[in-house]
Design a protein around this ligand. Structure first.
Ligand code: ASP
Length: 269
């Protein structure tokens, strides 16, 4: 809101808002201090989309704490949408970003504990993954969005989640609205959730109805009660909603008159 109120663009608000979470070492699922993979390497996914429908993304980026800013650079300074791995890191360094160790003493300790006790992949429903997803609309009705995450804790090296994939974790159509996702990225990719939500809003569904349709698509998985997926949607009129398959998803709403946390409704009651 500070960025928007200072007259800067809605895309600036998305990038700067997500940077706050990426820079916070206490947030253990995004940027600095994010969960490492099974070998102890922190690898980050992010994507961003603007009001003109242009997108940028990074996948499997290491040692750079602000993947959302690199995603924005990809959008604005290259002819590509998605850069991954070493190439994404090289591009970040060429653009003046610093190489840093993102594994904090605390996340290192937890990873070492996990290595001793739990060699298998985690049960995805447990609290071992999260994403900052941010959607914003400015006073002129322009919409943008972004997502950033370290992904599934102790994932297989090389794993890329939905947060790099435009249409899965994020989609923006300035004439309609925007949607973003958090939760088990594999399921979000397989159901192309955020694109689905925006297309449903285009057909006239409300943000809540559109999120419910995307969550119900997950029921094609007969084990959909053991993982979690949650969506946020915002339409051109500034109406918004969140919806989850599981209980205990909440999201934040900030306007000039309001700053609050909302508990989302959910499917599996
Ligand atoms: N969607 C993220 C991923 O699968 C994790 C999460 O949001 O919980 O990488």
């Amino acid at each position: 809101m500070e960025v928007l109120n200072s007259g800067r663009s809605v895309l600036d608000a998305i990038e700067k808002g997500i940077n706050v979470v990426e820079n916070d070492p206490k947030v253990d699922s995004v940027g600095l201090g994010g969960y490492p993979d099974a070998e102890g390497n922190v690898t980050l996914d992010a994507c961003i989309m603007d009001s003109n429908g242009n997108a940028g993304a990074v996948a499997y980026l290491s040692n750079i704490k602000n993947p959302i800013s690199i995603a924005r650079h990809v959008k604005e300074k290259t002819a590509h949408v998605l850069l991954a791995g070493k190439g994404a890191q090289k591009f970040a360094l060429q653009n003046g970003f610093k190489k840093e160790n993102l594994l904090t003493p605390e996340t290192k300790k937890r990873w070492e504990r996990w290595k001793q006790t739990n060699k298998e992949m985690h049960d995805p429903v447990k609290d071992n993954h999260d994403t900052i997803g941010l959607l914003a609309i400015d006073k002129n009705g322009n919409i943008a969005g972004g997502v950033s995450t370290s992904g599934w804790a102790y994932k297989m090296p090389g794993r890329v989640g939905d947060s790099s994939i435009i249409g899965a974790s994020l989609f923006v159509d300035n004439n309609v609205g925007a949607a973003c996702a958090t939760g088990l990225g594999e399921k979000v990719i397989e159901t192309v959730g955020s694109f689905l939500i925006v297309e449903k809003m285009r057909e006239g569904y409300s943000p809540l109805e559109a999120c419910k349709i995307a969550i119900k698509r997950l029921s094609k998985y007969n084990n959909s009660n053991i993982f979690q997926v949650s969506y946020l949607a915002l339409n051109k009129d500034g109406e918004y909603a969140g919806f989850s398959n599981q209980k205990e998803f909440s999201y934040s709403i900030v306007t000039n008159n309001l700053s609050t946390i909302v508990k989302s409704d959910y499917l599996l009651k």
